[in-house]
Structures are given as structure tokens and as C-alpha cells.
Design a protein around this ligand. Structure first.
Ligand code: 5GP
Ligand code: ZN
Length: 139
């Protein structure tokens, strides 16, 4: 629990939320400023700022909730699809520093964009550069 974290306050019950799913480790609730009807956030109950800070069990629990909840969210608002994503870090647009997955219902012709739209200008990478990056990521 982090004292000045808005999502920890929701977990503690100090800030009200429209909870749609809860287990011992995970809670999901409607986003207060939804990008679409049904926009839902899935968070671990324990405070972790970034995805890399999550223990494996907790990461699994969060993703399990995302997978079970996404179809339910879509059905509830009669959506055609959904975008599921996390902003990991301030430069990626993360405003609340407590890991949360967004489930954003999408509707045919809603004027939105795919997740590919989140990045800046596309890089033009050579095969060597791609090999180098892959090697740096791989253990
Ligand atoms: P981020 O930019 O960090 O990925 O997204 C944070 C999300 O949390 C935003 O979509 C914002 O609307 C939502 N949010 C911020 N404060 C609250 C709150 O107090 N209650 C709820 N339900 N959502 C919040
Ligand atoms: Zn927190």
C-alpha cells in the first residue's frame, strides 16, 4: 500500500469505485473518465508502479482477470471488440503509478485507432539493428 496512491485508496475502500470483479489479489473497476462505455481497469491489490515490479503470480492473476473480464465487458456494453493495454511508465502516458490494465470496448466505426497508434514516428531499422535489438532483449 502506498499512502498517496489513488488506486491503493480504492483497494482500501477510501475512494469509491464501481467494482466489477474482485479476488484476493486483483480488483477491477470502471475508469472514472472512460474512453468508451465499459472502460475498465484491472489492478493488482498490492502496490507496484511498473509491470516489471510485479511478482510472477500476481502478473498471472492480473492477466487471468483481464482475459475473463474482457468478453464480459464487451457483452455488457454490446461492443464489437476491445483494446487491452497498459501504459508502463510516464513517457508512455502512465499517470497513476500503480500497474493497471485498461480494457477499452470498441465499436465498429467509433473513430478510434488500433494500439499501433500509440507510438511516435516509426523507426527505419536495418536487419543488423533488428538482430542487435533482439540479442539485447534475449537473455
Ligand atoms: P494511465 O494514464 O495511468 O494509464 O491511466 C489512469 C486511468 O485511471 C485514467 O484512465 C483515469 O481516468 C483513471 N483514474 C484516475 N483516477 C481515478 C479514480 O480515482 N477512479 C477511477 N475509477 N479511475 C481513475
Ligand atoms: Zn498503489
Amino acid at each position: 500500500m502506498s499512502d498517496d496512491c489513488v488506486f491503493c485508496s480504492i483497494v482500501a475502500g477510501d475512494i469509491p469505485a464501481r467494482t466489477v470483479h474482485e479476488t484476493d489479489d486483483v480488483i477491477a473497476f470502471l475508469d472514472a473518465n472512460p474512453l468508451a462505455p465499459g472502460h475498465t481497469l484491472v489492478i493488482p491489490k498490492s502496490h507496484a508502479p511498473r509491470v516489471g515490479d510485479l511478482e510472477a503470480d500476481l502478473a498471472s492473476a492480473v492477466f487471468e482477470t483481464v482475459t475473463t473480464l474482457t468478453p464480459r465487458v464487451q457483452d455488457a456494453v454490446d461492443a464489437d471488440a476491445a483494446n487491452v493495454g497498459l501504459n508502463d511508465g510516464e513517457a508512455a502516458g502512465q499517470e497513476v503509478p500503480h500497474v493497471h490494465a485498461h480494457v477499452i470496448p470498441r465499436f465498429a466505426g467509433d473513430g478510434g485507432a488500433p494500439i499501433h497508434a500509440v507510438a511516435g514516428e516509426r523507426p527505419d531499422l536495418s536487419d543488423d539493428e533488428l538482430d542487435e535489438i533482439a540479442a539485447a532483449i534475449a537473455p
